[in-house]
Design a protein around this ligand. Structure first.
Ligand SMILES: [Zn+2]
Length: 82
């Protein structure tokens, strides 16, 4: 299953399952590559949608922002939404 999540990470970065698969295949040997080829595109998309969102950080000072906090406690910058 780890292949699915690795593909999901690349898919999230590239925005395209085929491009993600090509890039991932380039890093694998033949046996692993075969397993990756058998993964359904829909499974990759589903895994990408279920990834844990990155921890929010302040755009100015980089401090971690707790999920419910709307203003950085370190520098006071209002958190961007979306
Ligand atoms: Zn800040």
């Amino acid at each position: 299953m780890r292949h699915v999540y690795a593909l999901a990470e690349l898919y999230a970065a590239r925005g395209d399952v085929a491009a993600a698969r090509d890039e991932y295949l380039a890093s694998l040997d033949a046996d692993q590559g075969l397993a990756v080829l058998l993964i359904d595109d829909a499974a990759v998309v589903a895994a990408a949608q279920h990834r844990r969102p990155r921890k929010a950080t302040c755009g100015r000072c980089g401090a971690r922002l707790p999920a419910k906090r709307h203003r950085c406690s370190r520098c006071g910058l209002a958190r961007r939404t979306g």
